[in-house]
Design a protein around this ligand. Structure first.
Ligand SMILES: Nc1nc2c(ncn2[C@@H]2O[C@H](COP(=O)(O)OP(=O)(O)OP(=O)(O)O)[C@@H](O)[C@H]2O)c(=O)[nH]1
Ligand SMILES: [Mg+2]
Length: 331
């Protein structure tokens, strides 16, 4: 039934529909230089940020912050803030409180980046010194500069009680200073990574996909002239917010939603949510029925009056695949 001739007809019908949501690629840089800042703080945070930024190098600026120079290796296009007062060059902010002080001392060298940024996507693994101390402080500084802050906080393994205690103490400050803070259980990430045969330390693909999806969403939000204020309006609904990502084959759109719901990055139920910004990305084979099946199934559990902003994008690399990225709020 799905012969080539038929597919051609289908897509010619669908293209104009998709254009209602956005103007097709390639992106002109609507996101201005430096407006989206991807930041990694501490060892794990830097690994995640480098990996995530590699998916969208032209749409976002990269900033790495650590007391361990090895975190900056292999990220040639990064802005690096090296916070080493002891001169040892290895890890060892050791204490979160020390990391906060060092960040304040180094603040001047990153203030230009923060001033330019409209959105900061901040990643840190909690439980060590640098990520736990500096992430909340950095989020606070970014907010003071008027930035929208979306953060990804890795939580330690249960068998690391001391690290868990440090993380627990650090999390409230990061959450309070972020517009959206998504918690990632590193245990869940590691467990699912084994099944996926990927490396949890670099986020096993999920974190990269989430950030890339988010950054391209911001770029296309610009395209349809819904500026960041609309995103802020969605995010600022009372209640919790979270970020969700799912990828899968375009042959089975509902599996993409299923995966999004079960992704290790999603620790809250989205039932009854009041606001939602969805970005769907697919290849030239993406059809309108893919789009509706995906979004209907995704939105079905939310509040009937949920405010939904929707974007879609076609890119050649996504042929045969679909990706859904959503900011869900008012949970
Ligand atoms: N099991 C395991 N967990 C790790 C490993 N590396 C990091 N983690 C976890 O990730 C959290 C954050 O680690 P890092 O990002 O390296 O810490 P940091 O922020 O650089 O902290 P300092 O090096 O103390 O300044 C830790 O609390 C651990 O829970 C590892 O090799 N194995
Ligand atoms: Mg470290």
């Amino acid at each position: 039934m799905h012969g080539l001739g038929m597919r051609g007809d289908v897509t010619s019908d669908i293209r104009p529909m998709i254009k209602q949501f956005y103007t097709p690629a390639p992106y002109s840089r609507l996101v201005q230089d430096g407006e989206v800042l991807v930041v990694g703080v501490g060892g794990i945070g830097c690994l995640w940020a480098v990996e995530a930024h590699s998916g969208c190098p032209d749409l976002a600026e990269l900033l790495l912050i650590d007391a361990d120079e090895s975190s900056f290796e292999g990220a040639s296009d990064a802005n690096c803030l090296f916070l080493d007062s002891g001169g040892e060059g290895r890890g060892a902010a050791a204490l979160p409180s020390m990391a906060i002080h060092r960040l304040r001392d180094g603040m001047e060298s990153i203030s230009d980046l923060l001033d330019k940024a409209e959105v900061m996507i901040l990643m840190a693994g909690l439980g060590g010194g640098m990520g736990s101390g500096a992430s909340g402080e950095l989020a606070k500084m970014a907010k003071q500069c008027g930035c929208l802050v979306l953060s990804v906080a890795g939580l330690p393994f249960a068998e690391q009680p001391l690290r868990c205690a440090i993380a627990e103490e650090a999390l409230p400050s990061l959450e309070a200073n972020s517009d959206v803070c998504i918690r990632v259980s590193m245990e869940r990430l590691a467990w699912q990574s084994r099944r996926r045969k990927t490396d949890w330390m670099i986020g096993s693909g999920w974190i990269g996909e989430l950030v890339e999806g988010l950054v391209t969403t911001l770029a296309s939000v610009g395209r349809i002239n819904l500026d960041l204020m609309d995103m802020k309006a969605i995010i600022n609904k009372t209640g919790n917010a979270t970020l969700i990502v799912g990828t899968g084959s375009s042959e089975n759109p509902s599996s993409v939603v299923e995966m999004a719901r079960n992704s290790p990055l999603n620790d809250v139920s989205i039932e009854g949510a009041k606001g939602c910004m969805i970005q769907v990305e697919g290849g030239p084979d993406m059809t309108l029925s893919h789009l509706t099946e995906l979004t209907d199934s995704f939105v079905s559990q939310m509040d009937p009056n949920c405010q939904v902003i929707m974007g879609a994008r076609v890119s050649d690399e996504m042929i045969g695949k679909l990706r859904l990225v959503a900011v869900v709020s008012g949970i």
